[in-house]
Ligand binder design. Structure first.
Ligand code: PA5
Length: 396
């Protein structure tokens, strides 16, 4: 169960003036085509592919020490968020590593050195198939894989997830006959329910059926999505330009990274948009807390909390309760408006529902801001500038 508290730690009025625009946006979600297809799992992935994901995941779990996922942006943050959330870092039965989200050479050097004597299966994920970071890292990893395995074995150890129509990755996959999964035309940051997100998530042992069930149940929270998006818009117009996504469990930090991408790429256009930042408490009370308490009043927070945690007792006191008291005290004593989202338990159903809530809310927020929620011209121009400069201006 998830409870959304939009009232206790803020006082917002003006939501009624959004009636007309909300009505218009609602009709887009009712149609569920174009950018909104992410709300319908059956348009993101076929049941045949879900079965294939389960089968391949089983194979991967039985045949490698390291499952290496290479991707960036929407082809990385979703699965990383869920894997970090659910998989106990001290007790893993399969090691899942991520790469392809930077071009740092010593990081790649260390990764290659670490996996060179291990049994490895690689899943390279890129919707376009042309993303520079991903292709650079994949080419080095492929070199290593070729030195370890025969062509026949590579067909079982290289999995390419990309679009159906073109790009470098698709040509490699076709030429070498590597295993393939296809990503439909869903914007990267909204693609967690496609094979881009679901394959690594399933390999980690997370129950994707329950995740999808929870996601589908998210449809009954539509009014809450509209309310959250409206509140964010009202706050923005009152000068609250920064949203601090705040967690009290470090296993949710990658969820914050996913949220940063989702909201920044959806809304940050035409010189508008709320800037999402990530906060981990109570750690950041000893740093950002100073700003939140006495700095400019431009921040509001959205807290994602798990109520029922594995507990540790300090004599007769519960550390979980103490952490929850800290959350409430911070929300109450700071002048910053806070939205609190309480998940009773960390399980796949709740998380599926939460993903739906955030994705729909982000998209509504884009429409309210007067921008296209599903494009990312700023990211496209970064990709273009780097490519041009690599080809000329700066010598390698
Ligand atoms: O949201 C987006 O579309 C982007 O941030 C992409 O996810 C990111 O650039 C990675 O692109 P690709 O999956 O094509 O490698």
């Amino acid at each position: 169960m998830i409870k959304y508290d939009f009232k206790t730690f803020m006082n917002i009025d003006g939501a009624s003036s959004y009636k007309e625009i909300i009505h218009k946006i609602k009709s887009k979600f009712d149609k569920c085509d174009g950018g909104e297809i992410f709300t319908d799992v059956s348009k993101c992935i076929s049941s045949k592919d879900i079965e294939k994901i389960k089968k391949v995941s089983k194979y991967i779990r039985n045949n490698c020490d390291v499952f290496l996922v290479i991707g960036v942006g929407g082809s990385y943050h979703g699965s990383k968020a869920l894997i970090d959330m659910f998989i106990n870092k001290y007790k893993k039965d399969i090691e899942i590593l991520f790469a392809g989200y930077s071009m740092n050479s010593s990081n790649l050097y260390e990764l290659l050195d670490y996996i060179k004597d291990k049994r490895v299966i690689v899943n390279v994920i890129s919707k376009s198939g042309n993303t520079m970071e991903v292709n650079f890292v994949f080419s080095k990893v492929l070199e290593l894989m070729k030195s370890k395995y025969s062509e026949k074995e590579l067909k079982k150890r290289i999995i390419i997830t990309t679009n159906k129509n073109g790009g470098k990755l698709l040509s490699v996959a076709k030429k070498k006959n590597y295993m393939k999964f296809y990503i439909p035309d869903v914007s990267g940051r909204y693609s967690i329910m496609t094979s881009a997100g679901l394959l690594p998530i399933c390999v980690a042992g997370i129950d994707i059926d329950s995740l999808i069930e929870g996601y589908n149940e998210g449809k009954s929270d539509m009014d809450k999505c509209f309310l959250y998006a409206t509140i964010r818009d009202i706050l923005y117009k009152k000068g609250k330009k920064i949203e601090a996504f705040t967690v009290y469990d470090e296993n949710l930090l990658s969820l914050n990274d996913w949220l940063k991408q989702l909201f920044a790429e959806t809304q940050g256009k035409k010189k508008r948009g709320i800037l999402p930042i990530s906060v981990f408490n109570t750690r950041d009370m000893h740093s950002l807390g100073q700003y939140f308490n006495e700095g400019e009043e431009i921040v509001f927070s959205t807290v994602i909390n798990i109520v029922d945690n594995k507990d540790v007792k300090l004599k007769d006191k519960s550390l979980n309760k103490i952490n929850n008291i800290a959350l409430l005290s911070i929300a109450k004593s700071y002048s910053m408006p806070s939205i609190i989202i309480n998940m009773d338990k960390l399980n796949e159903k709740n998380v599926g529902r939460l993903l739906y809530f955030f994705m729909v809310s982000a998209s509504i927020g884009g429409y309210l801001m007067g921008v296209n929620p599903y494009n990312q011209p700023g990211v496209v121009s970064y990709k273009k500038i780097i490519k041009e400069n690599l080809n000329g201006k700066y010598k390698r």
